[in-house]
Design a protein around this ligand. Sequence first.
Ligand SMILES: Nc1ncnc2c1ncn2[C@@H]1O[C@H](COP(=O)(O)OP(=O)(O)OP(=O)(O)O)[C@@H](O)[C@H]1O
Length: 271
Amino acid sequence: MREQVGLAGDDLRLGYHGKLVVDGASLQIEAAGVTALVGPNGSGKSTLLRALARLHHPDGGRITFPDGVNALDLSAKEFARKVTLLSQSRPTPNGVSVRDVVGYGRHPHRGRWRADDPDGKRAIDHAMAVTGVTAMAERAVDELSGGELQRVWLATCLAQDTGVLLLDEPTTFLDLRYQIEILDLMRELADSHGVAVGVVLHDLNQAAAVADRIALLDQGRVRATGTPEEVLEAEALTETYGIRIEVGTDPATGFVTTRPIGTHLSRVTTI
Ligand SMILES: Nc1ncnc2c1ncn2[C@@H]1O[C@H](COP(=O)(O)OP(=O)(O)OP(=O)(O)O)[C@@H](O)[C@H]1O
């Protein structure tokens, strides 16, 4: 059984070309839980997630596992056995089959030969099954639709079989069925497999439904962290997003719901 790990960023300062875009952010991605990062465009969500995945070197602060190990001290392979990131865009390889792309996820578990990875086939088959891509296993990934490709990349992350799973807007491109299935899958991974899931979501109602904890980012700072009920609060959301947002409770599910109010349109709640 895979070890249960979480990941914490503490007082992170992150920038581009010498300009800080995340200034002193602290965030915990707890084992056996889903932590959602929400906030307006440009508030620093992707940069923060990429830093936790070691794809963006911090100008300050620490990234540690619960045992105190500094994430930056591990070898690339050791780190890749613990943490994976589904990023917003990846270059699509030409002429490579879905099965082979999902197999990339096994790379950190392989020695010099594929035979060194006895769990590989099971992990790849399982990852393809839960993301609904088994039927397209032999197709070339460059021939897939945006949503199909998104599911293949998610399968690649799942095949990596890490204790920490970071997802940057995983529901983008997906139709309603797969959006809900991926939210369900996140909960299943956290609840049944102890995975620490950190996910960037734009849909506050999806975040409220799936997350144990939410971090609200605002201009490079974590404005609030806590349960959905604590963080999704009308005044803070209205101030953060610059649009009036009403907050209520869905009588059917008990989840917090948010409703942005436009001049001509009000949001239709889908979850
Ligand atoms: N490669 C880059 N070079 C320079 N600045 C960047 C780069 N990537 C992001 N930024 C800037 O860093 C800030 C934070 O960007 P980031 O992508 O982390 O925000 P985000 O909250 O994920 O936004 P979105 O919701 O639009 O995806 C923004 O001001 C953005 O313009």
